[in-house]
Ligand binder design. Sequence first.
Ligand SMILES: C[S@@+](CC[C@H](N)C(=O)[O-])C[C@H]1O[C@@H](n2cnc3c(N)ncnc32)[C@H](O)[C@@H]1O
Length: 379
Amino acid sequence: MSASQREPFFVTCPTGLEPLLEAEMRELRLVRTVRGVRGVAFEGSIHDAWRANLHLRTAVRVLWRVARFAAPDPDALYAGVAALDWARFLSPERTFRVIVRSRDSALDHTLFVAQRTKDAVVDTLREPDGRRPSVDLDDPDLRIHVHLYRDRCTLSIDTSGASLHRRGWRRTQGPAPLSEVLAAAVLSFSGWNRRAPLLDPFCGSGTLLCEAAALAAGRAPGLSRERFAFEALPNFDAAAWSGLRSEAQGAEAPPRKLVLRGSDASPAAIEGAGANLEAAGLSGRVELEVADAGDFAPRRGWNAWVVTNPPYGERLGDERALAPVYRAFGAALRDRCAGYRLALLSGNPRLASELELPPAERVALRNGAIDCELLLADL
Ligand SMILES: C[S@@+](CC[C@H](N)C(=O)[O-])C[C@H]1O[C@@H](n2cnc3c(N)ncnc32)[C@H](O)[C@@H]1O
């Protein structure tokens, strides 16, 4: 593939974030976007795929769709995979792994499909001296995605590698961290204008604050990441990639006076948030303190956004112990935050009702395995 040749790509995202992802992709001038289930397709060059990996905040992976064919049986699958020129993607010294999803298809044994695919790849690449790429399930250079739907196979090369929520700055997790991708989505749904003060009184490991600080600075989310899978592809051009990264660095906005403030009842959480912000190079931009959310008393007339993710009572503490925390926090919001805007990610409707919020807009989201609602309200 030459650098300018147009190819089909599919950017994956968590359920419910497709409209946000498509808006981001359009802003990045990616063309022929088509919204799908858990992702958005586009057409572009391999450099566009690099840009997508570097800049998209709500993306999980950028898949390069390299083939589509009928695969009603094992022989058709083998022939379809073997028809590809695998030397474009892999050399004998590289490692790979095959990831399979199958729905409504005769080939529904995913382990078998992965093995047949692996055989076809290896057979086309075996050198006369017997050298061949090997399988590495934990940390492969290349991930090949096989998606079977109604006996049709889509083969994709994962240009990202580890999920894009791994920005490269996380040093500590805390017991219930928010994914960076979901945090970016919460900020986007909140309508935060990147200038008003933003406060997170249950900040935990500081994910929302890190994402907010990066957003306000115009910092590309992939800049702190160590590597992307496309760097191991034979067509990788290190000089062109370094040019794209420098361009992204150059586009960063100079720090401006912006209030970003996080607090948490746990001193360990505040320490962790500090370590994460420091690793992201954003520590000077965020104020952190140990405080109980029931004592939340920001300055009046600030016209701030409160964007937060309180404990759900499933993974942290139990529901009964948390009800008074929610009641006290709800009272603080009503009594001390008039004129503020609230975006609260709730994973427990009973606890959320203890807040006694004014009527809120609700967005259904998933946080890992937990069904959540993002409550958006004017206080
Ligand atoms: C779901 S976690 C937040 C996770 C965070 N968004 C992150 O990405 O790491 C909820 C946080 O609320 C904190 N917390 C629990 N009770 C609190 C209280 N009364 N006041 C302030 N923080 C509290 C916990 O220490 C925990 O860090």
